[in-house]
Design a protein. Structure first.
Length: 199
């Protein structure tokens, strides 16, 4: 089966690397160079809590009460629709696309949005609490070592995504590039919202 540490790292990395609301938000903040470290820290800390909960057995509890996930699902769908519409509006209005023309968002606002992207997404619970929790518990005595590997993958991913995005800042110096990014974010968010609502 391999070392629980390595298996946990690979399992989490493959799950977390999928394009989603949280990753799109971290990428945008990284390109803007705005509150990147707090965003990366919040995403990583959230994964630590969720992965630990899954290993501790909360995944079985969630599976036994699907109604709780329905509430999160509909709330998440509404939030993703709203954020997608805001991204679409940014894409349509060139004057709002250049970072230098925008007042920096307050840290509290950015962290609140990031927390919503994370905690209102039922896929996060399915991936981290249920799936990673189940995989970790297959390793029995090594389940917490699996968790360490999974958390390490989360930290590496978010740090790489947020801090690495700064290298793209030059490319995003023009409004047209921001238009494309925000257009893609809008499509992604609205699509995810629709998928959640119809699932």
């Amino acid at each position: 089966m391999g070392s629980p540490l390595i298996v946990g790292f690979v399992a989490c990395f493959t799950l977390i690397a999928a394009i989603g609301a949280q990753n799109a938000f971290v990428l945008r903040q990284g390109i803007r160079g705005e509150h990147v470290l707090p965003v990366v820290a919040l995403c990583t800390a959230s994964d630590i809590v969720l992965i630990a909960a899954g290993i501790a057995g909360f995944g079985m509890l969630i599976s036994a009460h699907p109604g709780a996930l329905d509430v999160v699902r509909f709330g998440g769908a509404v939030f993703l629709f709203g954020y997608g519409l805001l991204a679409a509006r940014r894409a349509v209005r060139p004057s709002a696309l250049t970072p230098s023309e925008q007042a920096p968002a307050r840290l509290a606002e950015v962290l609140l949005t990031c927390a919503a992207m994370t905690w209102l997404n039922p896929h996060v619970y399915l991936d981290t609490v249920v799936l990673l929790g189940a995989l970790a518990n297959e390793h029995r005595e090594g389940r917490w070592l699996f968790g360490v590997g999974a958390v390490t993958a989360s930290a590496v991913w978010f740090a790489g995504l947020g801090l690495g995005a700064r290298r793209l800042a030059g490319l995003f110096a023009t409004p047209s590039t921001w238009r494309v990014l925000d257009g893609l974010i809008a499509v992604t968010m609205i699509g995810l919202g629709a998928a959640l609502a119809l699932n």
